[in-house]
Design a protein around this ligand. Structure first.
Ligand code: SF4
Length: 385
């Protein structure tokens, strides 16, 4: 353990706690800081901004107020509650862990750092946050924000993406955790990282309680710290998305159980950019497979392109609206095999979780629906194409 760093950390603890007394952010999960509340909020906050999480958190807690409710929730409800937050494996792990907590800990998250860390989806950071905030156990919670703040203070130029760097910081902070207020200390560092020593742009050093201790401030080196390797270039994937409509019902496809957006619903798509003739042929091929013998005639209209950025992949999407006019009096069957459904817009929104990658095409459906509902609209004037 580096003694010099530990000494600096020891010195900054009272400044951080004093700052927190006057500047703590008001967040709903802090009002009743139970282990369950801390857990849900911390998982939601991974890779998502606080402002975006607020509404999701309140809705999630209303629907699933405790570990037991989470363990027993149907998957579709769970995914629907998470819709728009992305990284759906997080919510699946929440449920897996909830089942373990019900089976092994009587529905109460264990007040033990190592046991928390052994639960699915709970890493060192989340275990530290739950243990310290909900149970007052003096362990640190080290994430990218904490690494940024602490490395700026000490002037460390170590690569913060290395596990060994994270582990060293954990050990150094563990030695100085205030026994009386470990949760407040961790939350103070989180809040300073979010509002003062910010991740993007210039830190607000004049508002920082440890400016006098900070090497990055003295040396004006905040731009170079934290150090990490340049990000890898994202892979670009082209896709053609089909909004297939029959009698104001829309065709959805369930993605495979493994891989990107595993098990979520989407509009059917081809994994390449298609011109309109190829798109028509591809849509007809898909429909012939799903509705043998009763292929309705489709009209095809190009939709505006859309883009979605995942952490390692970027989707560049072209879209086509396929309006099925054949068999116009009858509604399509709701289920088509294991992985396709035809549903109206309301059911789509209430029951099926479509990832935000498809927002542009969901908006097209909703716009189309509004047009259809408009007083005086006729079926003819609102037909696509
Ligand atoms: Fe960050 Fe500035 Fe505070 Fe140093 S003084 S920790 S750079 S905000």
């Amino acid at each position: 353990m580096a003694e010099k760093e530990t000494e600096i950390y020891r010195e900054l603890v009272p400044y951080f706690l004093h700052w927190y007394d006057y500047n703590a952010r008001i967040l709903s999960w802090r009002e009743e800081p139970s282990a369950y509340h801390t857990w849900i909020s911390e998982i939601m906050l991974q890779q998502t901004r606080v402002e975006a999480v607020r509404g999701y958190y309140d809705r999630f807690l209303r629907a699933l107020p405790d570990v037991k409710a989470l363990a027993e929730a149907p998957e579709e409800q769970l995914l629907k509650l998470w819709e728009g937050l992305g990284y759906y494996s997080r919510v699946r792990n929440l449920q897996k862990a909830a089942k373990v907590v019900c089976a092994e800990y009587d529905g109460v998250l264990p007040a033990d750092y190592e046991r928390l860390k052994s639960l699915p989806g709970i890493g060192a950071y989340t275990a530290g946050a739950i243990a310290s905030i909900a149970y007052g156990i003096p362990v640190p919670a080290v994430d990218g924000n904490v690494l940024r703040v602490m490395n700026r203070i000490t002037g460390s130029r170590e690569d913060i993406t290395k596990e060994s760097v994270k582990r060293t910081l954990f050990t150094e902070l563990l030695a100085v955790m205030p026994k009386e207020r470990p949760g407040d200390f961790n939350q103070a560092v989180m809040d300073i990282g979010a509002t003062v020593c910010v991740p993007n742009g210039e830190p607000h050093c004049s508002d920082c309680p440890v400016m006098h201790l900070c090497k990055a401030f003295r040396e004006d080196s905040w731009r170079e710290i934290p150090c990490k390797p340049a990000p890898k270039k994202r892979k670009v994937e082209k896709r053609t998305v089909f909004v297939i409509e029959w009698q104001r019902r829309y065709l959805l496809h369930k993605r495979p159980d493994k891989g990107l957006l595993a098990g979520l619903w989407e509009m059917p798509a081809a994994e390449e950019k298609l011109g309109s003739a190829e798109a028509r042929a591809r849509a007809e091929e898909l429909l012939a497979g799903l509705l043998p013998g009763e292929l309705p005639t489709g009209r095809l209209t190009a939709l505006p392109p859309a883009k979605h950025i995942f952490s390692h992949v970027e989707w560049r999407m072209s879209g086509y609206w396929v309006s099925l006019s054949g068999n116009s009096e009858s509604a399509p069957p709701e289920r088509l095999g294991e992985s396709y459904v035809f549903v109206d817009a309301e059911t789509m929104q209430e029951r099926y979780s479509l990832p935000s990658a498809f927002t542009a095409y969901v908006s097209e459906i909703l716009r189309h629906e509004r047009e259809k509902e408009r007083p005086g609209a006729t079926s003819e004037e609102n037909q696509k194409g």
